[in-house]
Write a protein that binds this ligand. Structure first.
Ligand code: FES
Length: 110
């Protein structure tokens, strides 16, 4: 496991997301209205909608395609919907963000 620097929190709009492309998958890094940062797989468990383009509310995101609500904390679909996406640990050091990835060179920086 390796920490990879991915930029500053100010690079992510409030209640928005930034997308990180890796060879394995695309990851969406979200910033909540409370300035918390979460990273999850950028692929809705329903029909692969781009969660990074969804609406952030509280610690959840609503998928832009069919409105499933996904927890940013544990990647689980909320309510009656079933499914989950992978989550990634984020470190925030004075606004400088790093993500914990399982392959050293996984991030092909954007
Ligand atoms: S693809 Fe996300 S709700 Fe359908």
């Amino acid at each position: 496991m390796n920490w990879k620097t991915i930029g500053h929190i100010d690079d992510i709009p409030l209640r928005g997301a930034r997308c990180i492309k890796t060879p394995g998958m695309n990851i969406a890094v979200f910033r909540t209205s409370e300035n918390e940062v979460f990273a999850i797989e950028n692929r809705c468990p329903h029909k692969a909608g781009p969660l990074s383009e969804g609406i952030v509310h509280g610690k959840s995101v609503t998928c832009p395609l069919h409105n499933w609500v996904i927890s940013l904390e544990n990647g689980m679909a909320q309510g009656a919907d079933e499914g989950e996406v992978r989550t990634f640990e984020i470190r925030n050091e004075d606004g400088l963000l790093s993500i914990l990835l399982d392959q050293p060179m996984m991030v092909a920086a954007e």
